[in-house]
Design a protein around this ligand. Structure first.
Ligand code: CA
Length: 367
């Protein structure tokens, strides 16, 4: 990831002020008195991704580097890949306990502990990246997310977005719902439940094992992320058909989680820097994926002759109906889940009306 990408993202406003703050730390009145001790604050960031993993792991690195840079060296965040300090799925507990001060991953990994958590990462047929940001930053979503994690000693922040993902790789053509019946596909989260209700067999397989599972026929299909990440995994060598759209993950938000006590111990200007760095990582990751996916898709279709296809409309219609059913059931699970669902749904209805006459109308016009 190029350093100048951060600089571009600094145009977000507050961060530009922070850059100035870094250069003239002594002049930044708020918090300055408690920060001039000369002692570097060392934080460990544990992640659900392997170290320097394409795309997602790069997002974690970008976040750490941004904090280090904006703090002018007063903070040093060190990234630990999945398995370096703890396995991927122990990231949440490790940060909650204070063993690490910070984590990077996605909230749908904590579904077993917090069933409503996936709504803050990806909802099938839900909000896209732009809309997720609107809900989280301006529509009350982030406050609800923070309320959910608060009793566990964690502060969540959006810290990356993949954009619309791809439906996935299939070793045979999908021509109708009949082709979904009994199909073994790696597809996690709420999308996996939808796939199951449509007659498929969802499998949970860690990313690192995907290629072998698909190549050896343990599964018939897999979703992963999008062209950039999928190309890096070599999934085109294991399956011929690449389907869109990513109905199950329309704008997956990555998360930073921060230990509450560690955050409270920071002077206020460094707290602001950590928050601003998460926002920068959130937008810069989306920009990064948008460019890389575009390049990778061209390589997949032109160089590797991948067959790019859209899922049939009867399949998508069935998935959509089942998605509403699955999310409704989640909303019925408890009072807090109902609040999150209502906030999300209300925002979705409003933004959908606006996007009909703005984004959709413009895409239809532009092609
Ligand atoms: Ca995915």
């Amino acid at each position: 990831m190029k350093r100048r990408a951060f600089v571009g993202a600094l145009g977000l406003g507050a961060a530009a002020t922070l850059a100035g703050c870094r250069q003239e730390a002594a002049n930044c009145a708020e918090g300055a008195s408690s920060t001039n001790t000369g002692k570097v604050i060392n934080w460990t960031m544990v992640t659900t991704w392997p170290k320097n993993f394409q795309g997602l792991g790069e997002s974690a690195e970008l976040l750490a580097q941004t904090i280090n840079q904006l703090s002018g060296g007063r903070m040093k965040v060190t990234v630990m890949g999945a398995g370096d300090l703890v396995p991927a799925l122990q990231v949440f507990d490790t940060v909650a306990s204070g063993t690490a001060q910070m984590g990077h991953g996605a909230s749908y990994y904590w579904k077993g502990k917090l069933p409503v958590a996936p709504i803050f990462s990806a909802v099938p047929f839900g909000l896209n990246a732009q809309e997720m940001n609107g809900w989280l930053y301006q529509g009350g979503g982030l406050e609800l997310w923070q309320e959910l994690y608060q009793p566990l000693g964690l502060i969540p922040m959006p810290a990356g977005n993949s954009g619309v993902q791809m439906a996935g790789w299939f070793n045979k053509e999908i021509n109708s719902l009949d082709d979904i019946q009994g199909l073994k596909m790696r597809i996690p989260g709420l999308g996996g439940e939808v796939f199951k209700r449509a007659g498929g067999t969802p499998e949970l397989i860690p990313g690192a094992e995907l290629f072998a599972a698909l190549e050896r026929g343990r599964i018939d299909a897999t979703e992963w992320v999008g062209p950039y990440n999928d190309l890096a995994f070599g999934l085109h060598k294991a399956a011929k058909y690449y389907y869109y759209p990513g109905w199950h993950e329309p704008g997956t938000t990555l998360e930073a989680i921060i230990n509450q006590q560690a955050f409270a111990a920071l002077p206020s200007d460094l707290q602001a820097i950590v928050k601003a760095a998460c926002t920068i990582a959130n937008y810069d990751t989306l920009s990064f994926f948008t460019r890389k996916n575009n390049e990778a898709l061209t390589e997949l279709t032109e160089k590797h002759k991948v067959v790019l296809k859209k899922l049939p409309s009867d399949v998508l219609q069935r998935f959509e109906a089942l998605s509403h059913e699955v999310v409704e059931e989640l909303a019925d699970s408890d009072a807090f889940a109902r609040r999150v669902y209502q906030s999300y749904q209300q925002y979705k209805q409003q933004v959908s009306s606006w996007h009909q006459v703005s984004e959709r109308a413009f895409y239809d016009l532009r092609g």
